[in-house]
Design a protein around this ligand. Structure first.
Ligand SMILES: Cc1cc2nc3c(=O)[nH]c(=O)nc-3n(C[C@H](O)[C@H](O)[C@H](O)COP(=O)(O)OP(=O)(O)OC[C@H]3O[C@@H](n4cnc5c(N)ncnc54)[C@H](O)[C@@H]3O)c2cc1C
Length: 337
């Protein structure tokens, strides 16, 4: 009487990787995904070259490197050659500085989207059902019933890969989960649930020719920090910027914000920054399938402690499992988690 051995809720990195491993073990799997696309917090735009979600991984993250090897996704080092710029205030000129040595950050050739596209390509056709938000998970006589607006699915096991705080706010459980488990979910910050990124694409990375690395820390304009976001082969140039949680730029219209970001980039990197080929941005705080209202009350200043003990344990008589990055005890929050 089961439709599938396992139903997975969410087609982000965690859900897609779980599906791959379960299929390798010859289990039947269905992924129900609320968005009209796969990837969740991973999103690369303009032919995959520019990441509006995650950008980097580091040497102390073995799992992501192993997965990249398995999927044949290549890495390259973040461009850090040259001087950074510090823009302290509108009344002073931006200053150049030699950035301190930091651990090497790596990016993925073709963007992070490579990871999820390759994972999805390795699954059986129709494994992922998109535009299907799960509303309720019920345990009924040793059967898990996963309900969506367009139908329900019966499975032996269910794996939930949503950020725990989002799960607590948007998915009903019957019978209800223990109150301490729900509290643990509500307490767990959604990593980067507040983040907002903007990307400027240019014909070439012209700042490199001026001896600049693309790094800029700024208090003048909507972007707090710029980085070089140029693809590995540098056939085109790009900068990306973080708009801080308190950035006044967040309340501007898209057109006003685009103008302000370009003006800021021009102040920092020179007149060539005035005419980008493309501008793209994403405010993850406004993404209902990543974050929810409550996240807005607690800006993420530091990397939280993830992997809550209660979220390591299955629920619903051992048939409900958690698998988002936030429940990982190793590098939780990151792709590696
Ligand atoms: C701007 C930004 C920058 C980042 N930078 C980095 C970085 O540089 N390095 C790094 O390692 N990590 C970074 N991260 C974190 C990284 O993106 C995450 O660790 C990773 O993508 C989490 O994957 P996941 O599958 O666990 O969760 P998610 O990607 O959130 O997947 C959950 C999935 O569930 C779906 N969903 C939600 N609600 C429902 C529902 N009711 N029913 C069905 N499906 C639902 C969502 O649409 C989504 O596809 C960044 C994240 C952001 C947003």
């Amino acid at each position: 009487m089961f439709d599938y051995d396992v139903v997975i809720v969410g087609a982000g990195l965690s859900g897609l990787l779980a599906a791959k491993r379960l299929m390798q073990a010859s289990l039947s799997v269905k992924i129900l995904e609320a968005r009209g696309r796969i990837g969740g917090r991973i999103l690369s735009v303009h032919e995959g070259d520019f990441d509006l979600g995650p950008t980097w991984f580091w040497d102390n993250q073995p799992y992501i490197r192993r997965l990249m090897d398995e999927l044949e996704v290549e890495a390259y080092e973040q461009y850090e050659t040259g001087l950074g710029i510090f823009d302290r205030g509108a009344e002073m000129l931006p200053q150049r500085f030699a950035p301190p040595e930091m651990p090497i950050s790596y990016r993925m050739v073709g963007g992070m989207q490579q990871l999820v596209d390759k994972l999805a390509a390795g699954l059986l056709t129709d494994t992922v059902l998109s535009n299907t938000a799960v509303s309720t998970i019920t345990l009924n006589n040793n059967t898990i019933i996963v309900e969506t607006p367009s139908g329900h699915y019966r499975a032996q096991q269910v794996i939930v890969t949503l950020p725990p705080r989002l799960t607590a706010a948007t998915v009903q459980f019957s019978p209800e989960l223990p109150t301490n488990v729900t509290a643990a979910m509500q307490e767990t910050q959604t990593w980067m649930g507040q983040a907002m990124k903007a990307v400027l694409v240019y014909k070439r990375p012209f700042w490199r020719e001026a001896g600049l690395s693309g790094l800029a820390v700024s208090y003048v304009g909507p972007v707090q920090q710029f980085h070089d976001a140029t693809p590995a082969d540098a056939h085109i140039g790009a900068l990306f910027g973080w708009l801080g949680n308190q950035s006044a730029g967040r309340s501007l219209s898209l057109a006003q914000r685009q103008e302000a970001v370009i003006k800021q980039a021009t102040r920092l990197f020179g007149s060539e920054a005035q005419a980008p080929l493309h501008y793209a941005e994403l405010n993850w705080a406004a993404e209902p399938f990543t974050t929810n209202g409550r996240s807005l009350l607690s800006p993420e200043a530091e990397h939280p402690q993830y992997g809550h003990l209660l979220l390591q344990q299955p629920q619903m008589a051992g048939r409900l499992h958690w698998a988002s990055t936030e429940v990982s005890t190793v590098n939780g929050g990151y792709l590696d988690g």
